[in-house]
Design a protein around this ligand. Structure first.
Ligand SMILES: Cc1ncc(COP(=O)(O)O)c(C=O)c1O
Ligand SMILES: N[C@@H](CCCC[NH3+])C(=O)O
Length: 497
């Protein structure tokens, strides 16, 4: 993903992506980019079909149609365990549901013992209906409605991460309402689908909250997904004193209990120093707050450092290792808090992309091919596939890079500078901006794009009345539908005929 905040202005020349020379082997799979079980089966020209989870993408495409999102279940589980091991406790690893959520994945997360972050009532409703334990859910969001806050409290979620003064006002109003409702509140909570625990919002059973702190870190990522510098919408500014004021207001409400401080610096970040600075500033704030409000020493048990760990979309991407990152964050937090004479809280993290991103590939069928002569004599091949910005908006939105391979066969043809584009009515409908594909790529071939698990299906749309693709999980040669392909009826279900 390049630092091109809003894309080129009209007439401005966009520098080509640094694709370099064609790789000598266009069929080889870079382990860094492709999911754990991705492999090539069969030798030579005409062989070499991509398989994931022991299933050939040709068979899967025939069975489910294309575009098709194929989730390597082993890869997903392995990444959950990698985070659990690195941070020492599954409970402190909150999968960020915004990256990709469906009932099947919710159940995998529950089985792995992970916690879950949701940021809307819709994500919360899905998690609860899929049976995820409410006490392992955290509700985020920069503009939670009163209805969403009530839904979360009724369900008995583990904690609510507060993002604004308005939200504190809403929560205080909710607490007042619950206090007035008195003993009837428990019955109301049970009727609303509560989990049997006493209804929260009283001094005896307060609502556990965290305060989201804007730590002032300029994360090295695309401007659209950096979230801890001052000039953006999320959280309470540390520098301006808003975070301390938010804590003061929380403490003034006996139905709320502050259990942690939260920071999220952005997404697709490779440089660990951003997280380290965030940890350092959060620890400093916690120390200051605790000396001003000694009761916090008893209630604040967690420093949540958010998500944002980057993944490799292309071979040149070099994300930091999860265990090294965990070690360094733990060291910073314990060193600085012990120096301040404070107990070391738990460190929580909220990975979305780093768990689900690499586990999925999208399989497309080639529909048309067009060659365009570029200035300088080069030719760019436009390879049109049967999906596009409706199943992956990230290239158009963030100028994201992806890796693509010919998936339905091998080839020994030389590399041809290509651009994989979708079938939408937009010139910006690009899936892979610059890549090399074998020069003999033909209509009907299958292409696979790697690392499409995060923020592709989650941000999919029905633009041009395109149905969203199916998502199928594969493992040990067995496939299982996670989400079926949308039908024409699905596309028309909201019509008032
Ligand atoms: C509060 C919060 N936590 C976690 C995440 C997950 O981020 P990522 O998918 O980059 O790990 C996000 C999204 O950026 C977020 O806003
Ligand atoms: N949607 C973004 C990430 C946003 C993360 C959510 N705060 C992406 O695809 O990279």
């Amino acid at each position: 993903m390049r630092a091109h905040p809003a894309g080129p202005r009209h007439g401005e020349v966009l520098t080509p992506h640094p694709v370099g020379a064609a790789p000598s082997d266009l069929i080889e799979l870079d382990r860094k980019v492709w999911p754990l079980t991705a492999s090539r089966v069969g030798d030579g020209i005409g062989g070499s079909v991509l398989t994931v989870g022991g299933r050939s993408v040709i068979e899967l495409a025939e069975q489910y149609g294309t575009p098709l999102m194929v989730m390597d279940a082993d890869d997903f589980h392995a990444r959950c365990r990698e985070f659990t091991q690195a941070f020492g406790s599954a409970r402190d690893v909150h999968y960020a549901g915004k990256a990709f959520l469906c009932a099947g994945v919710v159940r995998w997360l529950a089985d792995e013992g992970l916690s879950l972050d949701v940021c809307t009532g819709g994500e919360l409703a899905l998690a609860l209906r899929a049976g995820f334990p409410a006490e392992r859910i955290a509700l985020h969001g920069s503009n939670k409605s009163l209805a969403e806050l009530r839904q979360a409290v009724d369900a008995g979620v583990g904690e609510i991460v507060i993002d604004s003064f308005d939200e504190i006002g809403r929560l205080v109003g909710l607490v007042d309402e619950l206090t007035e409702a008195g003993p009837h509140a428990d019955q109301a909570a049970a009727a609303a689908g509560g989990n049997g625990r006493p209804r929260r919002g009283t001094p005896e059973h307060p609502i556990d909250v965290m305060v989201r702190v804007t730590v002032g870190v300029e994360a090295h990522t695309h401007e659209f997904i950096a979230t801890a510098h001052e000039d953006q919408k999320f959280g309470f500014s540390l520098a301006a004193g808003d975070a301390a004021e938010a804590v003061r207001r929380v403490l003034a409400c006996s139905g709320l209990r502050l259990v942690g401080l939260h920071s999220h610096i952005g997404s697709q970040i490779f440089d660990p120093s951003g997280f380290e600075v965030a940890a350092h500033r959060l620890v400093g704030l916690l120390a200051d707050l605790t000396s001003a409000h000694s009761e916090l020493a008893d209630t604040v048990h967690t420093l949540d450092l958010g998500g944002g760990l980057g993944i490799a979309y292309v071979s040149s991407d070099d994300p930091p290792a999860v265990d090294a990152m965990a070690d360094s964050l733990r060291a910073i937090v314990s060193r600085e808090l012990q120096a301040a004479g404070l107990a070391v809280p738990r460190i929580a993290v909220e990975p979305g992309r780093a768990i689900v991103g690499p586990s999925m590939v999208t399989v497309y069928r080639v529909g048309t091919i067009k060659d365009v002569a570029l200035d300088g004599g080069q030719v760019r091949r436009y390879v049109s596939v049967d999906g596009g910005m409706s199943d992956n908006i990230r290239t158009a939105l963030y100028d994201a890079d992806y890796t693509v391979t010919l998936a339905s066969r091998g080839s020994q043809a030389p590399g041809m500078l290509s651009r994989v584009v979708g079938k939408h009515c937009e010139s910006g409908d690009i899936v892979v901006r610059d890549c090399y594909l074998p020069a003999d790529v033909a209509v009907g071939d299958l292409l696979a794009v790697a690392a499409t698990g995060a923020y592709c299906y989650a941000m999919a749309s029905n633009y041009n009345r395109m149905p969203r693709p199916a998502v199928v999980a594969v493992a040990d040669g067995v496939d299982r539908t996670l989400l079926r392909r949308e039908t024409d009826d699905d596309l028309m279900r909201l019509e008032n005929w």
